[in-house]
Design a protein around this ligand. Structure first.
Ligand code: DON
Length: 320
């Protein structure tokens, strides 16, 4: 690494250490509890991780602590659907509208008969329905293989969270059956829901999320193995919906104030992607009422402001 790059890395790391110190005492928000097993986390865990598209890595705090990926999975499965079926077929079922409603809203687009937003539950379940395979086991394998491409290891599914999601997921069931009645999903609804609950229950760390972010930010090329994990043109669509829809009903404020394509999950993770530069991830399970990590929002806001990381910032640095 050149001296200049090393100096930048150290500068960024120092800022992350400072933010970690500052926000580690912030006690606002509560871990998600609408799924009983999700409440069973240490609320004070806190991590900030980053990886550049060249594979340089930093991490502060609990970066190796595992938590469930939850809604961040929606972005990866969206990429898989685009790759497998192409943009037109995906757009027939699911739109790209930042709906501004809660992640579990029961809302379909009557005019187009689609789930409007791919980054909240209805759209994501319709996307999961598109995972190919003759049986549920085969489809779970397809999903696992997707994670494996990003993570470089077989992902572990938290079986207790998976079971808890299945037991308490009646609102998702209602959404899925409504979509069946409208012909948006196929009639293997329980199987698809099981797969959706499994994809949410995959365990990741903050380092994993930073790596996933760096891969997508690197136009789909894994920064360490140089493998093309997801097609180049698909990352454009993934980044676009992350910017417009990735933070639930906070997406507009996020795009305005932070301006980093991102996806959050109720497990406490936020995955941010800086196209051409790298990935940033935070983990802290205390959530605001919308479902975004409170400490995570603060860290991203400050990093964006301090380092001019907003996508449309005229001084956006580090793109070379
Ligand atoms: O209840 C669900 O659908 C979750 N397993 C997904 C959770 C999440 O992170 C918020 N959803 N968009």
């Amino acid at each position: 690494m050149s001296d200049e790059r090393e100096a930048r890395r150290a500068w960024f790391e120092q800022a992350c250490v400072g933010l970690h110190d500052r926000y580690a005492t912030l006690q606002e928000g509560e871990p998600a509890s609408y799924i009983p097993e999700l409440a069973d986390v240490d609320p004070d865990r806190f991590a900030i991780a980053a990886m550049t598209v060249q594979g340089e890595r930093i991490g502060v705090g609990d970066c190796d602590h595992e938590f469930t990926i939850q809604s961040i999975s929606k972005l990866l499965l969206y990429g898989l659907a685009l790759e497998t079926h192409g943009r037109d077929r995906v757009l027939e079922r699911v739109g790209v509208a930042p709906t501004g409603d809660a992640f579990n809203a029961i809302e379909l687009d009557d005019a187009t008969n689609r789930a409007p937003n791919p980054m909240v539950n209805a759209g994501a379940i319709a996307i999961t329905d598109m995972v190919a395979g003759a049986s549920v086991d085969e489809r779970v394998e397809t999903m696992r293989a997707l994670y494996e491409r990003y993570l470089g290891r077989t992902p572990t599914i938290d079986r207790d969270v998976w079971a808890s999601e299945r037991e308490t997921g009646n609102r998702n069931r209602a959404i899925a059956y409504l979509m069946l009645s409208r012909g948006i999903v196929d009639d293997r609804v329980e199987e698809t829901l099981d797969l959706y609950f499994a994809q949410c229950s995959v365990l990741v760390t903050a380092h994993d999320l930073a790596l996933i972010g760096a891969t997508i930010a690197n136009h789909g090329v894994h920064p360490v193995t140089a493998e093309q994990v997801v097609p180049r043109e698909v990352t454009r669509d993934m980044l676009t919906v992350a910017l417009t829809c990735g933070m639930y009903d906070y997406a507009g404020e996020w795009a305005f104030s932070v301006g980093i394509p991102a996806k959050s999950g109720v497990g406490g993770g936020i995955l941010g992607m800086l196209p051409g530069v790298g990935g940033i991830a935070t983990f802290s399970p205390r959530l605001d009422p919308i479902g975004n990590s409170v400490r995570g929002l603060r860290v991203f806001e400050e990093l964006s402001r301090h380092f001019d990381l907003h996508l449309f910032d005229p001084d956006r640095p580090w793109t070379r």
